[in-house]
Design a protein around this ligand. Structure first.
Ligand SMILES: Nc1ncnc2c1ncn2[C@@H]1O[C@H](COP(=O)(O)OP(=O)(O)OP(=O)(O)O)[C@@H](O)[C@H]1O
Ligand SMILES: [Mg+2]
Length: 220
């Protein structure tokens, strides 16, 4: 499903070069649940951006579901992101002053799904994450764990094969974090590939495999 080989990412600001990823190679098969662990600044978010085709490597090769990402144009990448990958971020990235149900419909608006279907699908996934009684609440009216569950529902509406989560429980109390992990395990049991960045060992334990990263390099 995911193959990266010899991937490096060098950020250049003025004369200062930062090697965020240094010759990284690994493979993730369909249906895996992988945690990526490493200290702050080790390159985890950089890796997530490359895996999610939000950014391109400076060098190296990335094959996503059989397609070499380097050969794809920006429009094709945007389409792949919307259809194949569900993104979940530490800070939820929900639209403020917008109801939970409306937030969840947004990827379907981009994809041109018609209105009735958008609403029905949003309700289905809000039910799945246990928020059927919070559909009209705005993010400010929800707890952190509930906001993250809205974000998870939003990540699922296009039925992605891959879920990419960057510190999904970083802003959430531990009881609610366990609820989020229960949802992730269920999604993985359904066959979805999950890649989750975390620096918390008890969260990483929910994954079936852990990739350790340090100073932009993979460590066994
Ligand atoms: N857009 C950018 N421009 C320049 N340097 C960057 C950029 N993004 C990240 N970096 C640098 O690349 C390195 C890796 O950053 P990255 O955000 O991937 O770390 P991380 O492992 O996600 O850290 P954290 O756990 O704190 O989120 C850091 O040294 C960072 O300062
Ligand atoms: Mg990060």
């Amino acid at each position: 499903m995911i193959q990266i080989s010899g991937v490096s990412k060098i950020y250049k600001i003025g004369d200062v070069e930062t090697v965020a990823l240094d010759n990284v190679s690994f493979e993730i098969k369909a249906g895996e649940f992988v945690a990526v662990m490493g200290p702050s600044g080790s390159g985890k978010s950089t890796l997530m951006h490359i895996l999610g085709a939000l950014d391109r490597p400076t060098s190296g090769k990335y094959i996503l579901d059989g397609e070499e990402v380097e050969n794809l144009g920006d429009d094709e990448l945007a389409e792949i992101r919307n259809k194949k990958i569900g993104f979940i971020f530490q800070s939820f990235n929900l639209l403020p002053r917008t109801s939970a149900v409306k937030n969840v419909t947004i990827p379907m608006m981009y994809a041109g799904v018609d209105r009735d279907k958008r609403f029905g699908t949003a309700v289905k996934y809000l039910k799945m994450v246990g928020l059927e009684d919070r559909m009209e609440h705005t993010p400010a009216q929800l707890s952190g764990g509930q906001q993250q569950r809205v974000a998870i529902a939003r990540s699922l509406v296009m039925d992605p094969a891959i879920i990419l989560a960057d510190e999904p429980t970083g802003n959430i109390a531990s009881v609610q974090a366990e609820e989020i992990m229960a949802i992730f395990r269920k999604l993985n049991d359904e066959g979805r590939t999950i890649i989750m960045i975390t620096h918390e060992a008890d969260i990483a334990e929910h994954a079936k495999r852990i990739i350790h990263i340090r100073d932009g390099r993979i460590r066994i």
